[in-house]
Design a protein around this ligand. Sequence first.
Ligand code: NDP
Length: 257
Amino acid sequence: MAAQPVSVLITGANRGLGLEMVKQMMEPPSQVRKLFACCRNPHGPKTEALQTLAKKHPKIISVIRLDVTDLCSIKQAAPLVGSLVGTGGLNLLINNAGILAKGNLQDTSPEDMQSAFNTNVMGPMNVIKEFLPHLRAAVKASGMPGMSCNKAAVVNISSVMASMESLKQSYASLPAISYRISKAALNMLTLCASEELKEDGILFSVLHPGWVRTDMGGEEADIAAPESVQGILRVMASLTEKHNGAFLDYKGKTVPW
Ligand code: NDP
């Protein structure tokens, strides 16, 4: 397997795909030594599985409060993570937290739209901005040429539902316009960041995890979370500067914008 990140931060790490990422990063051949598992309610009932994992790996996992819609919590988490990673910086930031509302144009309220934007777009944007110094520190510490997830990278978890080219095949079964529009905006955010920060050596990519059996994906989904996350980790390990600004699925296939 390609070289792997040493320090990783995941948002929405208490259930679904985020929790599965934490699990798999604690198994061989993972090289992760510092894992910041962020969630909005570290001591809530939906965080028990994550806390159990953290107790098993106390030297590696730090459970950190971070609500992506609350800029104060992001601003509190960033220096805390900075003090724990030190000059080695943060290698990999995974913007995984997300919400989905199913409504179509006629039944989506302004509030639904605002919530989707706050969580799926403004959240990742604020997280990227606040953690940028630690990603830059990782570039400086690595001394390696090129781009990769073991140097400094941001992976934004998006969805094929943001794909304009494939909209016609899926719209009738699940309109979810606030989700589609906000994830399309997340894709554009990723592309903008990939251009703006390419000289800094930080890689930005968008990944679609597949249709996965989680609370969001539902029981009818195609694949289970372990299969999706095995694919995501494989794809992340394979990313290079060629993939800066790429939109890939969990098998590494390019998704059309
Ligand atoms: P789940 O609904 O199972 O989990 C969502 C996670 O996001 C939870 O940990 C939740 O925390 C967290 N979250 C939601 N809002 C916030 C917030 N404001 N601050 C911090 N955390 C928050 O979803 P999945 O695991 O399935 O989805 C993970 C990502 O994958 C999402 O970005 C989703 O859009 C994407 N995706 C999923 C697909 C699927 O089929 N499952 C398909 C395509 C993309 P809490 O417990 O506090 O609510």
